[in-house]
Design a protein around this ligand. Structure first.
Ligand code: V07
Length: 258
Protein backbone atom coordinates (compact mmCIF):
# COMPACT_ATOMS: atom_id res chain seq x y z
CA UNK A 1 0.00 0.00 0.00
CA UNK A 2 1.34 3.38 -1.00
CA UNK A 3 0.01 6.55 0.57
CA UNK A 4 -0.28 9.66 -1.51
CA UNK A 5 2.02 12.48 -0.54
CA UNK A 6 2.16 16.14 -1.20
CA UNK A 7 5.31 18.15 -1.22
CA UNK A 8 5.69 20.75 1.47
CA UNK A 9 6.01 24.16 -0.11
CA UNK A 10 9.65 25.16 -0.35
CA UNK A 11 10.86 21.87 1.11
CA UNK A 12 10.95 18.94 -1.25
CA UNK A 13 12.36 16.53 1.30
CA UNK A 14 9.53 16.79 3.84
CA UNK A 15 6.56 14.90 2.42
CA UNK A 16 3.14 15.02 4.02
CA UNK A 17 0.41 12.48 3.30
CA UNK A 18 -2.75 14.06 1.90
CA UNK A 19 -6.31 13.25 2.76
CA UNK A 20 -8.11 10.65 0.63
CA UNK A 21 -11.54 12.16 0.01
CA UNK A 22 -12.93 8.76 -0.96
CA UNK A 23 -12.16 7.27 2.45
CA UNK A 24 -13.60 9.82 4.86
CA UNK A 25 -14.91 8.08 8.03
CA UNK A 26 -18.72 8.26 7.92
CA UNK A 27 -19.07 8.81 11.68
CA UNK A 28 -16.51 10.77 13.69
CA UNK A 29 -16.92 11.20 17.45
CA UNK A 30 -14.97 13.81 19.41
CA UNK A 31 -14.33 14.17 23.15
CA UNK A 32 -13.89 17.94 23.34
CA UNK A 33 -11.44 18.21 26.22
CA UNK A 34 -9.18 21.06 27.40
CA UNK A 35 -11.39 24.16 27.45
CA UNK A 36 -10.54 24.85 31.09
CA UNK A 37 -6.80 24.31 30.56
CA UNK A 38 -6.86 26.53 27.48
CA UNK A 39 -8.38 29.30 29.61
CA UNK A 40 -6.03 28.75 32.58
CA UNK A 41 -3.00 29.13 30.31
CA UNK A 42 -4.33 32.53 29.29
CA UNK A 43 -5.25 33.52 32.87
CA UNK A 44 -8.90 33.59 31.85
CA UNK A 45 -11.84 32.05 33.74
CA UNK A 46 -12.70 28.46 32.71
CA UNK A 47 -15.96 29.64 31.17
CA UNK A 48 -13.97 31.69 28.62
CA UNK A 49 -12.58 28.36 27.41
CA UNK A 50 -16.07 26.91 27.04
CA UNK A 51 -17.17 30.00 25.12
CA UNK A 52 -14.24 29.65 22.73
CA UNK A 53 -14.90 25.91 22.54
CA UNK A 54 -18.38 26.63 21.27
CA UNK A 55 -16.91 28.61 18.36
CA UNK A 56 -14.75 25.58 17.60
CA UNK A 57 -17.87 23.38 17.54
CA UNK A 58 -19.31 25.51 14.76
CA UNK A 59 -16.08 25.60 12.71
CA UNK A 60 -15.45 21.86 13.01
CA UNK A 61 -19.07 20.98 12.26
CA UNK A 62 -18.94 22.91 9.00
CA UNK A 63 -15.48 21.59 8.10
CA UNK A 64 -16.62 18.00 8.74
CA UNK A 65 -19.76 18.41 6.67
CA UNK A 66 -17.69 19.81 3.78
CA UNK A 67 -15.37 16.79 3.98
CA UNK A 68 -18.38 14.50 3.54
CA UNK A 69 -18.69 13.22 7.12
CA UNK A 70 -22.19 11.77 7.67
CA UNK A 71 -22.34 11.97 11.49
CA UNK A 72 -20.26 14.11 13.85
CA UNK A 73 -20.85 13.18 17.50
CA UNK A 74 -19.59 15.64 20.10
CA UNK A 75 -19.31 14.91 23.81
CA UNK A 76 -20.56 18.24 25.19
CA UNK A 77 -21.62 17.36 28.74
CA UNK A 78 -21.21 14.09 30.59
CA UNK A 79 -23.24 12.83 33.53
CA UNK A 80 -20.02 13.43 35.55
CA UNK A 81 -19.90 17.14 34.69
CA UNK A 82 -22.59 17.93 37.31
CA UNK A 83 -19.78 17.64 39.91
CA UNK A 84 -18.15 20.83 38.60
CA UNK A 85 -18.65 24.15 40.43
CA UNK A 86 -22.27 25.37 40.19
CA UNK A 87 -21.26 28.56 38.35
CA UNK A 88 -19.52 26.56 35.65
CA UNK A 89 -22.43 24.13 35.28
CA UNK A 90 -24.83 27.07 34.99
CA UNK A 91 -22.66 28.59 32.29
CA UNK A 92 -22.45 25.30 30.39
CA UNK A 93 -26.23 25.01 30.48
CA UNK A 94 -26.49 28.37 28.69
CA UNK A 95 -24.31 27.20 25.81
CA UNK A 96 -27.00 25.31 23.90
CA UNK A 97 -29.14 28.48 24.15
CA UNK A 98 -26.35 30.67 22.76
CA UNK A 99 -25.45 28.08 20.20
CA UNK A 100 -29.01 27.98 19.04
CA UNK A 101 -29.24 31.78 18.84
CA UNK A 102 -26.02 32.28 16.91
CA UNK A 103 -25.28 29.15 14.88
CA UNK A 104 -28.48 27.46 13.82
CA UNK A 105 -29.02 29.65 10.70
CA UNK A 106 -25.49 28.77 9.56
CA UNK A 107 -26.06 25.06 10.18
CA UNK A 108 -29.23 25.21 8.08
CA UNK A 109 -27.25 26.94 5.32
CA UNK A 110 -24.84 23.99 5.40
CA UNK A 111 -27.70 21.47 5.49
CA UNK A 112 -26.61 20.17 8.94
CA UNK A 113 -29.19 18.48 11.16
CA UNK A 114 -28.85 18.66 14.94
CA UNK A 115 -29.56 15.58 17.04
CA UNK A 116 -28.99 14.91 20.73
CA UNK A 117 -28.37 11.83 22.84
CA UNK A 118 -28.51 11.79 26.62
CA UNK A 119 -31.08 12.57 29.28
CA UNK A 120 -32.04 16.16 28.50
CA UNK A 121 -35.03 16.04 30.87
CA UNK A 122 -32.62 16.78 33.74
CA UNK A 123 -31.43 20.03 32.12
CA UNK A 124 -32.86 23.50 32.86
CA UNK A 125 -36.08 24.16 30.93
CA UNK A 126 -34.52 26.94 28.82
CA UNK A 127 -31.70 24.56 27.82
CA UNK A 128 -34.17 21.85 26.89
CA UNK A 129 -36.10 24.35 24.79
CA UNK A 130 -32.96 25.51 22.94
CA UNK A 131 -32.00 21.90 22.22
CA UNK A 132 -35.50 20.96 21.04
CA UNK A 133 -35.70 24.11 18.89
CA UNK A 134 -32.33 23.32 17.30
CA UNK A 135 -33.54 19.78 16.52
CA UNK A 136 -36.85 21.05 15.15
CA UNK A 137 -35.45 23.93 13.09
CA UNK A 138 -32.88 21.69 11.39
CA UNK A 139 -35.18 18.68 10.98
CA UNK A 140 -35.52 19.21 7.22
CA UNK A 141 -31.75 19.22 6.67
CA UNK A 142 -30.53 16.00 5.13
CA UNK A 143 -26.76 16.55 5.10
CA UNK A 144 -24.47 15.79 8.02
CA UNK A 145 -25.97 14.96 11.44
CA UNK A 146 -24.40 16.96 14.28
CA UNK A 147 -25.07 14.68 17.22
CA UNK A 148 -24.51 16.25 20.65
CA UNK A 149 -24.00 13.97 23.64
CA UNK A 150 -25.60 16.03 26.42
CA UNK A 151 -25.93 14.65 29.95
CA UNK A 152 -24.80 11.40 28.37
CA UNK A 153 -23.07 8.39 29.95
CA UNK A 154 -22.17 5.22 28.08
CA UNK A 155 -22.92 2.83 30.96
CA UNK A 156 -26.24 4.55 31.68
CA UNK A 157 -27.13 4.15 28.00
CA UNK A 158 -26.45 0.40 28.19
CA UNK A 159 -28.38 0.07 31.48
CA UNK A 160 -31.38 1.76 29.88
CA UNK A 161 -31.24 -0.59 26.88
CA UNK A 162 -31.16 -3.58 29.27
CA UNK A 163 -34.20 -2.23 31.15
CA UNK A 164 -36.14 -1.79 27.90
CA UNK A 165 -35.26 -5.31 26.74
CA UNK A 166 -36.16 -6.81 30.15
CA UNK A 167 -39.54 -5.06 29.97
CA UNK A 168 -40.16 -6.49 26.49
CA UNK A 169 -39.30 -10.00 27.74
CA UNK A 170 -41.58 -9.55 30.76
CA UNK A 171 -44.42 -8.41 28.45
CA UNK A 172 -43.76 -11.48 26.27
CA UNK A 173 -42.98 -9.31 23.24
CA UNK A 174 -39.43 -10.66 23.04
CA UNK A 175 -37.80 -14.01 23.81
CA UNK A 176 -34.49 -14.09 25.69
CA UNK A 177 -33.05 -16.13 22.82
CA UNK A 178 -33.92 -13.27 20.43
CA UNK A 179 -31.62 -10.85 22.24
CA UNK A 180 -28.51 -10.40 20.14
CA UNK A 181 -26.12 -7.59 19.22
CA UNK A 182 -28.58 -5.96 16.87
CA UNK A 183 -31.49 -5.97 19.36
CA UNK A 184 -29.18 -4.36 21.94
CA UNK A 185 -27.99 -1.76 19.39
CA UNK A 186 -31.62 -0.97 18.51
CA UNK A 187 -32.22 0.13 22.10
CA UNK A 188 -29.21 2.43 22.33
CA UNK A 189 -29.50 6.17 21.74
CA UNK A 190 -27.39 5.86 18.57
CA UNK A 191 -30.17 3.81 16.95
CA UNK A 192 -31.48 7.12 15.58
CA UNK A 193 -28.30 7.39 13.49
CA UNK A 194 -29.29 4.33 11.44
CA UNK A 195 -26.45 2.72 9.50
CA UNK A 196 -23.96 5.25 10.91
CA UNK A 197 -24.51 4.33 14.57
CA UNK A 198 -20.89 3.29 15.25
CA UNK A 199 -18.05 5.83 14.92
CA UNK A 200 -15.13 4.72 12.71
CA UNK A 201 -12.94 7.37 14.33
CA UNK A 202 -12.88 8.76 17.87
CA UNK A 203 -10.77 11.84 18.57
CA UNK A 204 -9.92 13.17 22.03
CA UNK A 205 -8.24 16.54 22.39
CA UNK A 206 -5.98 17.92 25.12
CA UNK A 207 -3.65 14.94 25.53
CA UNK A 208 -5.71 12.68 27.82
CA UNK A 209 -5.88 9.09 26.57
CA UNK A 210 -9.11 7.86 28.15
CA UNK A 211 -12.63 7.17 26.92
CA UNK A 212 -14.45 8.61 29.99
CA UNK A 213 -17.70 6.66 29.55
CA UNK A 214 -18.29 7.77 25.95
CA UNK A 215 -20.02 5.44 23.46
CA UNK A 216 -18.84 2.27 25.20
CA UNK A 217 -20.79 -0.13 23.02
CA UNK A 218 -20.34 1.75 19.76
CA UNK A 219 -16.54 2.03 19.98
CA UNK A 220 -15.94 -1.74 19.56
CA UNK A 221 -14.14 -1.29 16.21
CA UNK A 222 -13.28 2.44 16.29
CA UNK A 223 -9.84 3.86 15.61
CA UNK A 224 -8.65 6.25 18.33
CA UNK A 225 -6.69 9.41 17.64
CA UNK A 226 -5.47 11.44 20.61
CA UNK A 227 -4.25 14.96 19.92
CA UNK A 228 -2.42 17.29 22.29
CA UNK A 229 -4.23 20.50 21.29
CA UNK A 230 -6.87 21.83 23.66
CA UNK A 231 -10.34 21.87 22.10
CA UNK A 232 -10.45 25.66 21.45
CA UNK A 233 -7.22 25.29 19.41
CA UNK A 234 -8.49 22.35 17.36
CA UNK A 235 -9.09 23.45 13.75
CA UNK A 236 -9.85 22.17 10.27
CA UNK A 237 -6.21 21.13 9.74
CA UNK A 238 -6.27 19.19 13.04
CA UNK A 239 -9.41 17.39 11.87
CA UNK A 240 -7.84 16.58 8.52
CA UNK A 241 -4.67 15.34 10.22
CA UNK A 242 -6.71 13.02 12.44
CA UNK A 243 -8.50 11.67 9.36
CA UNK A 244 -5.14 11.18 7.59
CA UNK A 245 -3.90 9.25 10.64
CA UNK A 246 -7.07 7.14 10.52
CA UNK A 247 -6.63 6.51 6.79
CA UNK A 248 -3.05 5.39 7.30
CA UNK A 249 -3.99 2.63 9.73
CA UNK A 250 -4.98 -0.77 8.48
CA UNK A 251 -8.42 -1.61 9.78
CA UNK A 252 -8.72 -5.33 10.49
CA UNK A 253 -11.85 -5.73 12.65
CA UNK A 254 -10.03 -8.51 14.50
CA UNK A 255 -10.06 -10.61 11.35
CA UNK A 256 -7.36 -11.50 8.86
CA UNK A 257 -5.47 -8.76 7.07
CA UNK A 258 -6.58 -8.67 3.42
C1 V07 B 1 -20.90 23.04 25.11
C2 V07 B 1 -18.86 24.00 24.01
C3 V07 B 1 -18.00 22.98 23.32
C4 V07 B 1 -16.84 22.52 24.17
C5 V07 B 1 -17.21 21.54 25.24
C6 V07 B 1 -18.06 21.94 26.40
C7 V07 B 1 -18.74 23.26 26.33
C8 V07 B 1 -22.44 23.23 21.96
C9 V07 B 1 -23.48 22.75 22.72
C10 V07 B 1 -24.81 22.39 22.24
C11 V07 B 1 -25.48 21.29 22.74
C12 V07 B 1 -26.75 20.94 22.28
C13 V07 B 1 -27.34 21.70 21.30
C14 V07 B 1 -26.71 22.79 20.78
C15 V07 B 1 -25.45 23.13 21.25
C16 V07 B 1 -22.97 22.65 24.00
C17 V07 B 1 -22.84 22.21 26.25
C18 V07 B 1 -21.52 22.61 26.27
C19 V07 B 1 -23.50 21.74 27.48
F1 V07 B 1 -28.57 21.34 20.83
N1 V07 B 1 -21.37 23.42 22.72
N2 V07 B 1 -21.67 23.07 23.98
N3 V07 B 1 -23.57 22.21 25.13
N4 V07 B 1 -19.58 23.45 25.14
Amino acid sequence: MFAKFKKNQGDDSAKQPIIDRNKIPAHIAIIMDGNGRWANQRHLPRVAGHKEGMQTVKKIAIAASQLGVKVLSLYAFSTENWKRPADEVNYLMQLPVRFFQTFVPDLIKHNVRVSVMGDITKLPVATQKAVNDAIKDTSECNGMVLNFALNYGGRAEIVEAIQQLAQLVKDEQLKISQIDESTVAEHLMTNQLGEFEDPELIIRTSGEQRISNFMLWQLAYSEFVFVSEHWPDFNQQSLENAIIEYQGRHRRFGGLQN
